[in-house]
Design a protein around this ligand. Sequence first.
Ligand code: ATP
Length: 209
Amino acid sequence: MITTRSLERHFGKRVAVEDVSFEVGAGEIFGLLGPNGAGKTTILRMIAGLIAPTRGEAVVAGIPLARRTADAVRARIGLLTETPGLWDRLTVRENLRVHARLHQLVDPDAAVDEALERFDLQSRGDSLAAELSKGLKQRVALARALLHNPPVVLLDEPTSGLDPQSARTVRDLILELRTRGHAVIISTHNLDEAERVADRVGVLRRRFL
Ligand code: ATP
């Protein structure tokens, strides 16, 4: 479902990602493990079609990554960024609805209702995003990332900064993705976290070991 070959990204003279190759299949959770600055976010942004690799290639959900395919790739990806990035002045329901419209879902209201139920957020649908705890915000962000049912799910440090109970809830939701057949990459700097959720782990220093 995801294949990268010798993926590389430079920012000026800085090499952020060097020679990264791996594969992730459907129903598999791949842990991208590395310290701060190892290039995890940059790898996810390349796979999501947000920035272009300097070298190397990637195939995502059967589509080779290129400028002209970036939109098609983005439609097949659910990306959870390091910060939830919700619109504070919109309600939970409105935040999800904007995303549903962006992805031109056939029945946005039904998709939003289903997501609220699946993520146990029904009672918070009318709350402003600004009013939510960090754990709840992360749950809404995860619901939003999965709203269009993407085959590929990219999660950047999904439990970082959450209390143990919220982290566990988010982790359980991630584990569920495996049974639903998504190909998942989870980035983390925490070995324990990688071991808890990932089927396989790639260790990033500059290269994979
Ligand atoms: P963290 O856990 O701290 O987010 P990371 O493993 O996700 O770290 P990246 O954010 O991918 O690491 O950064 C890898 C390297 O690339 C860092 O040295 C960073 O400073 C650099 N970098 C990332 N984005 C840019 C950018 N837009 N311009 C310049 N340098 C960048």
